[in-house]
Design a binder for this molecule. Sequence first.
Ligand code: ZN
Length: 426
Amino acid sequence: MTAPSFTLLFVVALSLTLAVRLWLAARQIAHVSAHRDATPAAFASRIDAASHRKAADYTVAKQRLGMLETAVDAAVLLLVTLGGGLAWLLAATQALDAPALVRDVLLLVGVSVIGGVSALPFSWWRTFRIEERFGFNRTTLATWVADLAKGIAVGAALGLPLAFLVLWLMKSAGAYWWLLVWIAWMAFQLLVLVLYPTLIAPLFNRFSPLPPGDARERIERLLARCGFRSSGLFVMDGSKRSAHGNAYFTGFGRAKRVVFFDTLLARLAPEEIEAVLAHELGHFRLRHVMKRVLWSAVLSLALLVLLAWLAGAPWFYAGLGIPPAGVAAAMARPGVALALFMLALPVFTFLLAPLSSAYSRRHEFEADAFAARHASAPALVAALIKLYEDNAATLTPDPLHSAFYDSHPPASIRVARLTALAAASG
Ligand SMILES: [Zn+2]
């Protein structure tokens, strides 16, 4: 490989990714708009025309902003790589009177700041314009700014030590540094998993025990029936930020917690809450969570091997905007290879997204079937329809857009399968 041919490969992959993303978004907007005025027959009795139109308008508004963000992201990526942004950061940090490791960490911080700053206006617009217009936003500017500050603090507290460790291993651990970095990365993820429920999540939300009552009794019986041990059932004040509802598990091993958004509890009947939780339990019992973790472990090891190879190839640097005279200096600084790798990788992996989406949708069907066995399928259907309506999620996605991106099957297919399961079990 030569530098010019790698540049060409990068530009072709970036153009292809950009074109496919914009084309899929345009398809989604056209499809949803075309079905705006007719609620699908299977939902017509439970979702009124006004809610269906609102879901269409909300979906289109989010897609339009997404298209702009996609274009801006591509432009920023070009500026940072071929436009010389990283080469500039390299020279600026090279000139600092600081240890090599500190200079490399500052380089990574610089790249993160560029990414963060370019994403910020979109985050603001999404929250205070789109979510606001459709009546979902409950975040004040003060909460939004506090979230941002806390997010940066947590990111720095966790990310900086990790960056120091990874860069030090890359520089000093010899030919097999990628194996040691992989072990460090796995340990880091485990640490975050342990810290998240007890230390990180409480920085952003208040958690209180699920109060006694019909819902709690049903949930405890369901957990006992499925042989599931958890260290607590909690309610989270999701309504502080948004009207959207959710339920999730957090932690691992015996320290697992079940968390319900207050917005979900307020909206669903106890039997429906039980069905939603049964679906989430299905993900655990059917080892979906474990499979995901294993996949990501294998994948990250493969990517580190790839990074180790690219870090030793001059064309990788010169092909992504480091001037020929600076390549030798760049190769002596592992931070440059790491930054270029993280910037360029999504461009080459984007077309694999449908594989991951399809894998995830298969798990959703399996978890739905689990919920139908251990709780009530009609209750899950009722809960899903309420959640679709409350979240203004479209019932009529473009099939190709959905196949490409959606981690969850389209509403109509999901509800049809659950209805068939309910009918089969009498
Ligand atoms: Zn699921």
